[in-house]
Design a protein around this ligand. Structure first.
Ligand code: SF4
Length: 315
């Protein structure tokens, strides 16, 4: 059995940076370090950090006043900073691990809004990144299109409200093909007027309907690497956390290609029968999956398939 790992699998620089910030802060402070929310969407990584004394809190009210806090990579709405300030968690005590590429999306949203655009997000309603970005648009009333199939609803929303200018941006971890499909479908429904690309430099804000490519490069490269391998392998194992939006997207990409795909959190969820009569297993992993977990998955597949090959030879 040949086992290959997709190019650009595993930690992206934003996740690596967030973990490094949390570890450094915890290492240099005598007081406990609190992380607000799931720093990254991977249970194994979170548990390892808990082992280093880091405390994870989903509610700001549970973080004590004057505490040392770290904010996750996904970005926060402005209300988070206000609530933390009320608890005197500012300055050196506030360590913001928001990925710079998420901050870039916030800035794009702010500039579009300031230029008079109604801003729509291609993203997941309950994902912290979309929640954070929504703050800079219309808060919880921001229109979020979760899938390309939402094109009809987007057009309905635009027509019903008769907006002068509309712009679409994307959560950084969404599907590249999905975003393209959403824009194409909207354009097909709109008729004469079309959504056109607006460059990230935001130099051209005169267009009536525009979209900005805010899917981050690490996500694009990871999706590409996974698709390349999914076309060659006859089974794909995608490794990611329960709530990892980008890892689930990779699994979806593999399924679209038509290869048998299984989504696992770690090697303990692998089943020997999946690999029967297979010759090439591909492994892909989301941005918050550590190399250690990827290696264990590869090793377990090797172990299971070598055992089976030996049994076949003996019989
Ligand atoms: S997926 Fe992209 S935006 Fe998100 S943390 Fe990684 S590099 Fe940053």
């Amino acid at each position: 059995m040949k086992i290959s790992v997709a190019r650009n699998s595993g930690f992206c620089f934003g996740v690596r940076r967030a973990i490094q910030i949390a570890e450094e802060v915890a290492g240099k402070n005598d007081k406990p370090t609190y992380v607000y929310g799931q720093l990254v969407h991977n249970e194994a990584v979170v548990n390892k950090l808990k082992g280093k004394g880091i405390i994870f809190e989903d509610k700001i009210e549970n973080i004590p006043d004057n505490a040392v806090a770290v904010l996750r990579a996904h970005g926060e709405p402005g209300t988070t900073y206000v609530s933390l300030e009320k608890k005197s968690i500012t300055g050196k005590n506030l360590n913001d691990a928001t990925c710079p590429l998420v901050t870039l999306v916030h800035n794009v949203a702010k500039k579009l809004k300031a230029a008079g655009y109604e801003v729509i997000i291609f993203g997941k309603h309950d994902h912290p990144e979309s929640i954070g970005t929504s703050f800079y648009i219309r808060g919880k009333d921001t229109f979020i299109a979760e899938k390309p199939e939402y094109a009809g609803k987007v057009v309905e929303y635009i027509k019903k409200n008769n907006f002068g200018k509309v712009a679409i941006i994307s959560q950084t971890t969404m599907s590249v093909d999905g975003y393209k499909k959403l824009i194409e479908s909207i354009n097909a429904l709109l008729g004469k007027e079309k959504f056109e690309g607006i460059h990230l430099s935001m130099n051209d804000l005169g267009k009536k309907y525009g979209f900005v490519d805010t899917i981050c490069n690490p996500t694009k490269q990871r999706q590409l690497g996974t698709q390349e391998l999914a076309r060659l392998a006859d089974i794909m194992i995608v490794v990611g956390g329960k709530n990892s939006s980008n890892a689930k997207e990779l699994a979806h990409k593999c399924e679209e290609i038509g290869v048998e795909t299984h989504y696992v959190q770690d090697e303990t969820q692998l089943k020997g029968e999946w690999f029967e009569e297979k010759e090439h297993a591909g492994v892909a992993a989301g941005a918050s999956t550590p190399d250690e977990t990827i290696n264990k998955v590869v090793e377990k597949i090797r172990e299971m398939t070598e055992k089976r090959e030996k049994e076949i030879k003996i019989s």
